[in-house]
Design a protein around this ligand. Structure first.
Ligand code: NDP
Length: 328
């Protein structure tokens, strides 16, 4: 699946071109594989724009960048054998050839393969370091997370609960809110589509928010800023409400609340934590094994042709938990 042109606003079907080519043989020092699962991530929208960011944009005509799980089918690489399952940034394509750089073998006996794209992959690690390092989580903190029923948000809330904190999730729709307070054990949930978020936060966090983990930006960020406790930490993880804008990103109108609360707001990029990924994944794996964290996944079965429509699900709130495309 190649990028055909740069989208304006929402990404549409005409922004992509599905090209069929013969799969290459691996050659010396490489392996070839068949893609099993492709990760769908809000960040993909940013990679389609031609502007400076933490990664270069995907070029017109290039295979779309994506993390995936690949099964090795042929190998002339000493570290990868036929049948191994491997994760890496292999892109939206059915067949893959790799020299092994950036590829990591996964253990399907320890967790189902798609978990390595979600709870044990980038979203889980993002939640872990965003909350514990950037958010400097402390005992007794009141934590609020937006996008709470998504891949990152559901992990943030559950990690904060595992650490004994009070957790309030913000998500779209009654069903997602019921899941948060039911199955995932959040203390409260706010439906931003039907409730006044600013008022609801005042009710559920009467002493203010100690850590606000922001996945969505826009009005929800402003509502959280209006309810900060003294020395609060506002973690800027993402701002999905702003990714498809054609009129400019809406910044926080309420930023002086940081001054009043002596608070700080800090962004981060998960790739900077790479040296500590193994340590964090081990701890997350322990919580999952102990039943303290539930893995939330939304698996769509299809082909690479289903990639464009599946990507759009993220921007319509049609996923609950980590969205992955499982190739037939
Ligand atoms: P999610 O699984 O949370 O999926 C996206 C969710 O965002 C949707 O399900 C929807 O839930 C919500 N959403 C969509 N549009 C809007 C909107 N206009 N306003 C409010 N909510 C909206 O995705 P991820 O967990 O993968 O990513 C969450 C965030 O984390 C993103 O902002 C992403 O860019 C960021 N991120 C940042 C990283 C970093 O290194 N800083 C690394 C990885 C992710 P609902 O139904 O509740 O609206």
């Amino acid at each position: 699946m190649r990028l055909a042109r740069r989208p304006v606003g929402d990404v549409g079907p005409d922004d992509w071109e599905h090209v069929t080519e013969a799969a290459a043989a691996p050659g010396a020092g490489r392996f070839a594989g068949r893609t099993r699962y492709i990760s769908l991530d809000p960040a993909m929208r940013g990679w389609l724009d031609d502007r400076p960011s933490y990664l270069p944009p995907v070029g017109i005509g290039e295979v779309m960048r994506a993390a995936s799980i690949v099964e090795v089918t042929e190998s002339d690489h000493p570290d990868f054998q036929v049948g191994d399952l491997v994760t890496g940034a292999f892109g939206v394509q059915e067949r893959v050839v790799s020299d092994g750089r950036g590829a990591l073998k996964i253990d399907p006996a320890a967790a189902s393969p798609s978990t390595y794209l979600g709870a044990l992959g980038m979203p889980g690690l993002t939640a872990y370091f965003g909350l514990l390092d950037v958010g400097a989580l402390k005992d007794g903190d009141t934590v609020v997370v937006s996008g709470a029923a998504g891949a990152v948000g559901s992990m943030v809330g559950q990690i904060a609960k595992a650490k004994g904190c009070r957790v309030i999730g913000i998500a779209g729709g009654a069903e997602k809110c019921a899941l948060l307070t039911g199955e995932l054990g959040f203390d409260a949930a706010i439906d931003y589509r039907t409730e006044n978020v600013r008022k609801a936060l005042r009710t559920h966090a009467p002493d203010g928010i100690d850590v606000y983990f922001d996945n969505v930006g826009g009005d929800v960020l402003d509502a959280a800023l209006a309810n900060l406790a003294r020395h609060a930490r506002v973690v800027i993880c993402g701002a999905i409400s702003q990714y498809n804008t054609t009129t400019g990103v809406q910044g926080p109108a309420n930023y002086l609340a940081l001054l009043v609360a002596r608070a700080r707001m800090e962004g981060f990029v998960i790739f900077d934590y790479a040296p500590r990924f193994t340590e964090a994944a081990r701890e997350i794996g322990g919580w999952i094994a102990a039943g303290r964290i539930k893995v939330l996944e939304h698996v769509v079965k299809g082909t690479v042709d289903d990639f464009p429509a599946t990507l759009q699900m993220l921007f319509r709130g049609e996923n609950t938990g980590k969205l992955v495309l499982e190739l037939d």
